[in-house]
Design a binder for this molecule. Structure first.
Ligand SMILES: Cc1cc2nc3c(=O)[nH]c(=O)nc-3n(C[C@H](O)[C@H](O)[C@H](O)COP(=O)(O)O)c2cc1C
Length: 296
């Protein structure tokens, strides 16, 4: 049980040779989402959690005869009954996965390149950012969401029960990479005043990482940089993009450490003609990685 959980019930259960403890807790996450409560049922052997069940209030509609607390209490009775009668049957049926999916990449710097144009302006920027990161002695991963299989978030809130997403697609590896990265770089064009759809899918699916950190009670601070390109001229073209990306970073406790916004660039690779831009991108990366802040 964590300090931010409220204890609802604690019961000793004798089973075979062993003695277990059933612990039922509630966690109030209303400050994040109105009325969101997570109910957790743990079976402990000493300090070790050997079985885990979670459910939350967002899973039950107002017309549903069931609710999260009564479902958890009922589950506790079922566990207690089966465990005391037949521990072997209990563990073969109820041993839950406690933990999270395996780790994939472990880059120091994760770059997400949001444009579907693989050889466009944002790709060039991502390349400069990757080169600067490597020159600073860091490992880099560049992700192109357009090339990946990423399902949209369906708002099931299961991630607040388990710490990971219902869907196991290419987003699993992206979350794993961010878990290890100390710097996240978003390179994105402006599409209809905001970010391209594929990048938005990635942003929404990062909610599972927010859930993982919320359940762990530990947010890892890291830096974030935004590099964006718009076809039209004027700073106002970036209003939504900067808002979306900054809100996303804030949600994951990523510290916005600099924006470089380039307007009036439409044609493929014209970004190369912006005087001093490559140097500014490189300086922003190096500045964050060496402890000096990024530029804006
Ligand atoms: C579907 C689409 C929507 C766009 N919407 C905007 C927009 O709202 N405002 C803007 O300034 N540029 C807009 N653009 C232009 C792109 O931001 C611009 O061409 C940019 O340089 C593309 O970057 P890329 O080469 O990395 O793909 C749009 C382009 C496309 C294809």
């Amino acid at each position: 049980m964590e300090e931010y959980e409220e204890l609802l019930e604690r019961k000793e259960v004798a089973a075979g040779e062993g003695s277990y403890t059933l612990v039922l807790t509630r966690r109030d996450l209303s400050s994040l989402y109105p009325g969101l409560h997570i109910f957790t049922l743990r079976l402990l052997l000493g300090d070790q959690t050997v079985a885990l069940f979670r459910t939350n209030t967002y899973e039950y509609s107002p017309t549903d005869p069931l609710d999260a607390e009564s479902v958890t209490r009922k589950k506790a009775l079922i566990w207690e009954d089966l465990l005391s009668r037949d521990p072997e049957a209990f563990f073969s049926a109820h041993l839950e996965r406690v933990g999270r999916p395996p780790d994939a990449g472990k880059p120091d710097v994760l770059i997400i390149q949001g444009s579907p144009r693989a050889d466009g302006n944002c790709s060039l920027i991502a390349g400069w950012a990757a080169a600067a990161s490597e020159e600073a002695g860091c490992s880099v991963e560049v992700v192109y969401p357009h090339d990946l299989w990423i399902t949209g978030c369906i708002g099931c809130y299961q991630c607040y029960n388990t710490g990971f997403c219902t869907f196991d697609d290419d987003m699993t590896a992206i979350i794993s990479s961010l878990r290890h990265a100390r710097l996240l770089v978003i390179c994105t064009p402006v599409y209809t005043s905001t970010v391209p759809g594929e990048l938005k899918l990635v942003i929404d699916r990062f909610q599972a990482y927010h859930a993982e950190m919320t359940l762990a009670g530990r947010f890892i601070p890291r830096n974030g940089l935004l590099f964006s390109v718009a076809g039209r001229t004027g700073r106002e073209n970036f209003t939504c993009v900067t808002r979306v990306i900054h809100d996303f970073m804030e949600n994951l406790r990523i510290i916005p450490s600099g924006d470089i916004l380039v307007d009036g660039i439409d044609r493929l690779r014209d970004i190369r003609n912006v005087p001093g831009l490559e140097e500014r991108i490189r300086a922003a990366i190096t500045g964050v990685l060496t402890g000096r802040e990024g530029s804006s």
